[in-house]
Ligand binder design. Sequence first.
Ligand code: NAP
Length: 317
Amino acid sequence: MQGETKNIIQEESAKRTLDVLVVGSGPAGLSAAVYAKRASMSVKVVEKMYMGTGQVAESGRVDNYLGLPGMNGYEMGEVFRSHAQEFDVPFLEGEVCRFEKSRDCDCWIVKLSNGEVQKARAIIYAAGAKHRHLGVPGEEEFGGRGVSYCAVCDGAFYRGKSVVVAGGGDTALDDALYLSELCEKVYLVHRRDKFRGAAATLEKLRQKENVEIITSAVIKEILGDKRVQSVALADGRCLAVSGIFIAVGMIPETECVKEIVALDESGYIVADETGRTNKDGFFAAGDVRTKQLRQVITAVSDGANAAISAAEYLRNK
Ligand code: NAP
């Protein structure tokens, strides 16, 4: 290739190469995008779900985000998203299926499941986590027919009915409280006698007449005909319910990066609050990284930190 033509092609390719590609449009990804834009970087956000805002949208009420007490989680997600839109952040619908580091452009080549390819000099990976399943008979069979992983999304279908909430963390406690306002009866079933979730929420649940807390109980099977009709416990008890909300934690969305960056034994990307991973130019933010506290407020601050780290990385290159 003639030298001049090659230079033009390289310049064109460089123009199409983003400074930062953010993967995930939850609080961490949106915050990263806002900070990246404000640092004058070219940025795009890849989102798995059109107009998605991540897990926050599933929270009925977020009580611990400074300055916005008691805000509905869905509305909070919309507020975050509109902030990013005010900065003209472009969104791209698709699921990332492959990352490759290219020596030619000194950038990441990112392939999406819809066939699109994006090039970026730095990645901020903020893909969050997905719902863990109980893994009991009936769970997959009755998916969408009595088995749910989102009380805020599906709770209204169970108005006046009896339901089980499985789990002992904040999500299970929040879900049980939310459902207690809609359902006739809520059984909160936890495998241990100690709860991980907030003591204040547990106390509120104890005051509710229509909530029964069953501890040290293992769910054995979800039973029904066309829809869920009961939940069987390992000790022989059988709870007659129309639905079960499974809130037994999350699994980090790290399948597509497990060959690229270091993960801890639970599958989270090893990164500190700067977001730096063991791979140059690849940053992690939000629930997907190793951290002590996975909350909206820490995800937002992760996004900011990762964007600033990415800016510093690009400046030093
Ligand atoms: P989590 O804190 O990991 O709790 C998961 C719960 O499910 C634990 O009680 C665990 O039992 C139980 N569990 C796990 N696997 C199970 C299985 N196979 N069978 C039965 N039970 C099982 O998850 P989370 O509640 O989704 O919360 C995730 C993070 O988000 C946490 O950091 C939480 O604080 C945060 N969050 C905060 C808020 C809030 O601040 N309002 C709301 C939602 C979530 P063990 O206790 O026995 O391990």
